[in-house]
Ligand binder design. Structure first.
Ligand code: PLP
Length: 395
């Protein structure tokens, strides 16, 4: 088989060698528990606090506003359930969107079973919320707005600044799932009026099982994980020292390379999109044409099953996704594609390609060439397509 071409960076990313190098001493040499008193453990404690400061600095936050977690799902659960419980006496209404990651959607569905009311905002054809609808949805008993920074399937970036302003105006807390955005877009939590922000290391070339929740000082979600006094008694569990060190290193590397890598990926993205739209008939770009992540490409191909496409791309050594990794394996079309208004049969033929800074123009050409052949072959086997072509000729 040919060389592997990995185009599923929204699902997870490769660890950077320099990140592994930074983590390694904390497995074999400095394995001390940072909460222990002896000098030996202080090395790990110091490194963890340096990672906390580095991450805070990248967000314009204070170090004591960063809480380490086991990843994006935990951070989302904590922010939403923690605020719901804390503010229950003030109100039980939460606003989110129809296109959130399941870590947010399923958390909200869980809260609905426990007496909370959730408004799931619609999005427009590009996947952006309408600000008037958000403003109209705010009620006296609204306690939280949770809207993602950028969508993991179609790459659309939400109008976060305006959302933050609306939340502030109405005195409602604003949480954003920034798992796809952190490391890709510059974020200042103060400028954007963000009260809580979730991120996950394995989405920006850090290790799996490490993430953080930014919590603005004064905002006090109740704890999700009870136990020891780690993370200023807010999140129990022995500190994941290597994971946190790796996340800190990966965050710094992402920030340093952000502008240049972003430009390079956007060039490849735009070139690929242009080629596909020009060369593959009945293809459609999903997501916003401009307000989109530099690394996100998402198409629908009519008369095709996304799953068959993935299998044939895999045979060419190409790793891609249809919808999100969490929903593939089920036959339901993506909730995000349905929310942007696509009918089921079109949403089924979706393909998501998400780049990293390692991908090249040569790879883009190779994948576009393969895709063209595969789509043609699948269509040639499709009775639907055959009928469609026949009807077109008769008209
Ligand atoms: C991957 C992802 C998550 C979940 O993060 P984990 O660290 O894998 O738990 C949450 N939200 C978004 C937008 C994601 O892309």
């Amino acid at each position: 088989m040919e060389k592997l071409i990995y185009l599923d960076n929204a699902a997870t990313t490769a660890l950077k060698p320099e990140v592994l190098e930074a983590m390694q001493p904390y497995f074999l040499e400095n394995y001390g528990n940072p909460n222990s008193v002896y000098t030996f453990a202080q090395k790990s404690k110091k490194a963890v606090e340096e990672a906390r400061e580095a991450i805070a600095g990248l967000l314009g936050a204070q170090a004591d506003e960063i809480y380490f977690t086991a990843g994006g799902s935990e951070s989302d659960n904590w922010a939403i359930k923690g605020c719901a419980e804390k503010l229950a006496s003030k109100g039980k209404h939460i606003i989110t969107t129809k296109i959130e990651h399941h870590a947010v959607l399923h958390t909200c569905e869980y809260l609905e079973k426990h007496g909370y009311e959730i408004t799931y905002l619609d999005v427009d054809e590009y996947g952006q919320i309408r600000l008037e609808e958000l403003e109209q949805a705010v009620r006296p008993d609204t306690i939280l707005i949770s809207i993602m920074f950028a969508n993991n399937e179609i790459g659309t970036i939400e109008p976060v600044r305006e959302i933050g302003a609306i939340a502030k105006k109405h005195g409602v807390l604003f949480h954003t799932d920034a798992v796809q955005a952190f490391g890709h877009l510059p974020i200042d939590v103060n400028e954007l009026n963000i009260d809580m922000l979730s991120a996950s290391a394995h989405k920006f070339h850090g290790p799996k099982g490490a993430g953080f929740l930014y919590i603005r000082n004064g905002v006090k979600p109740v704890s999700l994980i009870h136990g020891g006094a780690q993370e200023r008694s807010k999140r129990a569990g022995t500190t994941n020292v290597p994971g946190i060190i790796g996340m800190g290193k990966a965050a710094q590397a992402a920030a340093e390379g952000m502008a240049e890598n972003g430009r390079r990926m956007a060039d490849i993205r735009d070139y690929f999109i242009k080629r596909v739209l020009e060369e593959i008939p009945y293809s459609r770009l999903n997501g916003h044409p401009k307000e989109r992540l530099d690394n996100n490409i998402n198409f629908c191909f009519r008369f095709i099953e996304g799953e068959s496409l993935l299998i044939m791309l895999d045979q060419k050594g190409i790793c891609a996704s249809s919808g999100s990794a969490c929903t593939s394996g089920s036959l339901d079309p993506s909730h995000v594609l349905l929310a942007i208004g696509l009918p089921h049969e079109i949403a089924h033929g979706s393909l998501r390609l998400t780049l990293s800074e390692e991908n090249t123009m040569e790879e883009a050409d190779y994948v576009a060439d393969c895709l063209k052949i595969i789509v043609e072959r699948l269509r040639s086997m499709s009775p639907l397509y055959e009928d469609f072509v026949k009807n077109q000729k008769e008209v």
